[in-house]
Design a protein around this ligand. Structure first.
Ligand SMILES: NC(=O)C1=CN([C@@H]2O[C@H](COP(=O)(O)OP(=O)(O)OC[C@H]3O[C@@H](n4cnc5c(N)ncnc54)[C@H](O)[C@@H]3O)[C@@H](O)[C@H]2O)[C@H](O)CC1
Ligand SMILES: [K+]
Length: 531
């Protein structure tokens, strides 16, 4: 059983689920005011850690001067909304004031929740300046955004909307409490306008917004403030609802086919067939092969057009390169496997990179095989032409699709728009096609047909380059072939492949900048991500 912190760090919730979990905690007797004090105390402590004060030692300042300009403390502007997000912010304001920061408060709302109003009153009694209009605001070194949290229900309108726009224009870092104010908690959509946070403290459990494309530019660096939500409350609310989870390193690494048994042989470590490449796209075949090599798969066969055979052999001497008859355009005309092997002799088949659409019969042949199949790139485009859902429904064995957004739209034109809610879109696609669908992107999401979704929580724009996807297909194929021989659940191995691929990109970008991660280089960083 994973430890509590590991389980909590995987959970992703909607606003409604968070509200229901919060209700259980209050119903069990935890006073709201106590929870607010606990949460805001944790936030204040993190701010003290990560935002250097210009303070001398606070105890050297006479109490009468604490928080005053003479004290020399950093100037902190606290943005207070009408609800408990504002309440959190006011507790943070009070605590930073006592730590010697120069704190002021922006409180533009007249109607505040009771608890929020009490904290405002106490802040005022401490002599902390409170402003109602944006024009009055003094300079600051840091702003704390406590305007709205997961209680935001509708588009923001003026005056708060224009105030947020003006605050975004200041070149002052903004730390947001729970969510950048203005973001929809579930879809990450900007409701009118939103705070562009430098840093976001997500409270208690990760919200769905943190994994939606449109939110990413508003979140800044995100971290979870764990305030000891009992797992029992999470389970009670989420129950048998299909789970949306973050892929943690622990989760991804637990599935790797490591360590290997002392006694094994190459066929026990999986046999993968890659069907890829064309005269026009020779490189895709090489990159896919290199991705497969890095997976550790026991045996690797690569079917390419005959004219690519010697090229592949030179790059992948350990692989069995199958030169196939080719069309006049240089695509694979048909699969000519060595005698007494046929498509069912492989533990997994990965089909698509660099094939071109002239290889349609080959893709149809691969789809007809009753074994684990990964479709990518032209394999997906051809599947889309065939009608993805009807075609895949006929398959008994597991299908894994690895589309980017464009391919996804062609495959599943009738599901939720990925721009609106990627997670919902990929859930619907997997349910309708009975396939495991890996929707690539800044936050790659993997859905199984039962509605469960795993999300890669961090990646790098360095991977947005031709060939990155080919590497993933090879890596995933090699892992899937090994998983088949070891009864590792398919969904788990897809999750591990996606995490591994993004980790390699992150490490490569750290060492070579985001401009330095071409697909070949990426293949050279895959094993580094594990060591
Ligand atoms: N998750 C927890 O267990 C804890 C959460 N805390 C904090 O509480 C907020 C949620 O508080 P809530 O009062 O429900 O909502 P918000 O503070 O996010 O504010 C919404 C507030 O504003 C009104 N409102 C909604 N939409 C608009 C709009 N477009 N324009 C104007 N006003 C709007 C709405 O009526 C609400 O009153 C959570 O994020 C945490 O920060 C606890 O303090 C700690 C535990
Ligand atoms: K906020």
């Amino acid at each position: 059983m994973e430890d509590r912190q590991e389980q909590i760090s995987q959970v992703v919730v909607t606003a409604v689920q968070m509200r229901n979990i919060e209700k259980r905690i209050f119903a069990a007797g935890m006073p709201v005011v106590a929870l607010m004090e606990k949460v805001a105390g944790l936030i204040a402590r993190r701010i003290l850690e990560i935002f250097p004060t210009l303070l001398q030692n606070t105890f050297s300042i006479p109490p009468s001067l604490r928080g005053s300009p003479q004290a020399g403390g950093s100037r902190i502007g606290i943005l207070v909304g009408p609800g408990h997000n504002g309440g959190d912010a006011l507790v943070v304001a009070r605590e930073l004031h006592f730590r010697g920061y120069q704190v002021w408060i922006y409180s533009p709302f007249s109607k505040l929740k009771e608890l929020t109003s009490q904290h405002l009153q106490y802040a005022q009694s401490l002599g902390i300046s409170i402003y109602q209009t944006i024009e009055q605001l003094p300079d600051s070194d840091l702003l704390i955004d406590g305007l709205f949290g997961f209680g935001l229900e509708r588009n923001l309108t003026d005056p708060i909307a224009s105030a947020i726009n003006q605050l975004n224009e200041l070149s002052v870092p903004i730390y947001s409490i729970d969510l950048p104010s203005g973001l929809h908690t579930d879809t990450g959509e900007v409701l009118g306008t939103a705070i562009r946070a430098t840093h976001t403290f997500c409270l208690g459990l990760w919200k769905l917004a943190f994994f939606q494309d449109q939110a990413l530019e508003y979140l800044g660096k995100a971290e979870l403030i764990d305030f000891d939500i009992p797992l029992a409350d999470v389970e009670a609310v989420l129950q048998d609802v299909p789970r949306i989870k973050r892929i943690t390193a622990a989760k991804a690494l637990a599935t790797l086919p490591l360590p290997r048994p002392a006694v094994t042989h190459k066929y026990k470590e999986g046999h993968l067939l890659l069907i890829c490449g064309s005269r026009r796209y020779a490189g895709g075949a090489i990159l896919t092969g290199l991705g497969a090599r890095a997976s550790g798969v026991g045996m690797l066969s690569i079917a390419v057009p005959e004219s690519l055979k010697s090229l592949l052999v030179s790059h992948l001497p350990e692989a069995l390169i199958v030169g196939c008859p080719e069309t006049e355009t240089g695509a694979i005309a048909h699969l000519q496997l060595p005698e007494n092997t046929d498509l069912s002799s492989f533990n997994a088949i990965a089909c698509g990179p660099g094939l071109t659409r002239d290889a349609t019969p080959i893709v149809q042949e691969a789809i007809a095989v009753d074994g684990p199949l990964i479709l990518d790139a032209d394999g997906l485009n051809i599947l889309a032409q065939m009608g993805a859902i009807a075609t895949l429904k006929k398959r008994q064995a597991v299908s894994v699709l690895t589309p980017h957004t464009g391919e996804f739209q062609r495959l599943f034109p009738d599901v939720t728009d990925t721009k609106h809610d990627r997670v919902k879109a990929v859930q619907e696609a997997a349910a309708q096609s009975s396939a495991v669908v890996l929707l690539k992107g800044a936050r790659t999401a993997i859905a199984n047909p039962q509605g469960g979704v795993w999300i890669v929580p961090e990646s790098t724009p360095a991977l947005a380059r031709g060939g990155s996807g080919d590497v993933l297909t090879g890596l995933l194929g090699g892992l899937l072939a090994q998983a088949a021989t070891k009864q590792i659940p398919v969904e788990d191995i897809v999750v591990t492949a996606a995490w591994w691929h993004s980790q390699a990109g992150i490490i490569a970008a750290q060492e070579r900048t985001e401009l330095g991660v071409d697909a070949f280089t990426l293949t050279q960083y895959l094993l580094k991500a594990l060591t």
